[in-house]
Design a protein around this ligand. Structure first.
Ligand SMILES: [Zn+2]
Ligand SMILES: [Zn+2]
Length: 86
């Protein structure tokens, strides 16, 4: 749990390392929101969506396999910046 804090620019890459298979999803896939916290103020910093790629919405983009998608708290790393509300 002693992971070094990351910057908001790293969220998109870091989320790949935090994926969890959720039993509430079809096929136990990793679709969902991954919620990162600020290590400065302790509030939620950003909800990062991850879509596993099995589901495509009518516009052609990938979508969540289940709605609402499951939400996962990322315990570490946290983001080295204050949340937008502070
Ligand atoms: Zn999925
Ligand atoms: Zn805050």
């Amino acid at each position: 749990m002693a992971a070094a804090p990351i910057t908001s620019a790293q969220l998109g890459q870091d989320v790949i390392n935090r994926l969890v298979n959720s039993p509430t999803n079809p096929s136990n896939c990793t679709c969902g929101w991954y919620i990162y916290y600020s290590n400065v103020c302790g509030h939620p910093y950003q909800d990062v969506p991850h879509r596993c790629g099995r589901t495509t919405v009518p516009t052609g983009k990938s979508g969540f396999c289940k709605s609402p998608a499951p939400r996962h708290i990322v315990q570490a790393p946290q983001v080295a910046a204050q949340c937008r509300l502070c």
